[in-house]
Design a protein around this ligand. Structure first.
Ligand SMILES: Nc1ncnc2c1ncn2[C@@H]1O[C@H](COP(=O)(O)OP(=O)(O)O)[C@@H](O)[C@H]1O
Ligand SMILES: CC(C)(COP(=O)(O)O)[C@@H](O)C(=O)NCCC(=O)O
Ligand SMILES: [K+]
Length: 261
């Protein structure tokens, strides 16, 4: 069994994988405050999934928060007694990423990799996390680039932090686009604003691609936005873990080959 985890800026999304994803969940990243806490957390996750640490043959980890890597990698090594694998943008990807320069988030790459197994390009993978990212796979199956925006709740938090009279509000669906008080206006902006932005961005991306593109959505805030969006979108809640599972399979194949040789 292989332990999969993605460290995002808000949550760690984890899963247990053996031929398929057997269990999955998430916990807030602030719980990864030190290795001791990470170890305790690992143990309690395994207990919750009724898996003994001897059954964990390896760990595959991706991270967009490098300062947390050492904590989770050390804990993973102690638990599984194997060297954890950290996915990087230089990992062998089955699609061309050369159009993008500089750092490209492994979460974005993993989602595209998983989507390529299920959908025919061109498509746009939208990840509603701490940031909202749009990730474009063109008709040749290559990563064409994308868009990075403040996430839905990140935007609300930034408003509260940057103004005197706006405050953090409980997040739920807006009643109407025309808000009748401050909180309603903020909810309309966060929800309808994000939905309309997505519609407009996809239209522009399709124009640049010269083709219609499927829209695939994932991430913690996807369910809050999609019902308000006039686009037809496919919701794939486990896309990131499915991307990690592809990497786990690749590594299993490589280690089997090494054993045979
Ligand atoms: N059920 C949920 N689980 C986790 N995060 C959620 C959930 N519902 C909404 N959220 C929100 O989703 C965002 C985090 O999404 P996630 O995909 O976990 O992001 P990241 O990969 O950036 O950590 C946060 O803004 C969080 O408040
Ligand atoms: C864009 C992101 C901040 C999204 O992170 P998330 O919201 O999933 O926590 C992350 O993918 C990242 O740090 N990327 C590196 C820069 C880039 O992809 O261009
Ligand atoms: K930063």
């Amino acid at each position: 069994m292989i332990f999969l985890a993605n460290i995002g800026n808000t949550n760690v999304n984890y899963g247990l994988y053996e031929k398929r994803i057997l269990a999955s969940g998430y916990f807030p990243i602030h719980l990864l405050s030190c290795e001791r806490r990470a170890l305790a957390l690992f143990r309690s996750l395994l207990r919750k999934c009724r898996v003994s640490r001897e059954e964990v043959e390896g760990t595959v980890i991706s991270s967009v928060v490098p300062e947390k890597n050492a904590i989770i990698l050390n804990a993973a090594e102690k638990i599984s007694q194997t060297e954890p694998v950290l996915i990087s943008s230089r990992t062998g990807w089955e699609f061309d990423t050369s159009a993008y320069s500089g750092v490209l988030g492994t979460d974005r790459l993993l989602c595209c990799s998983a989507a390529l197994q299920k959908y025919k390009p061109p498509f746009v993978v939208v990840d509603f996390g701490t940031a909202t990212t749009l990730n474009v796979i063109d008709s040749s199956g290559a990563f064409a680039g994308g868009v990075i925006l403040p996430g839905v709740r990140t935007g609300l938090r930034a408003l509260a932090a940057s103004t005197s009279q706006l405050h953090e509000i409980p997040f739920f669906g807006p009643k109407s686009a025309i808000g009748k008080n401050t909180a309603e206006c903020m909810l309309s902006g966060a929800t309808f604003g994000t939905a309309a932005m997505l519609e407009g961005l996809v239209r522009r991306i399709e124009k640049e691609l010269g083709a219609n593109a499927d829209v695939i959505v994932t991430g913690g805030n996807a369910k809050a936005i999609i019902p308000y969006c006039e686009l037809e979108a496919r919701y794939e809640p486990e896309l990131l873990l499915e991307g990690l599972a592809i990497q786990a399979n690749r590594l299993i194949a490589v280690s089997k080959k090494a054993r045979v040789e």
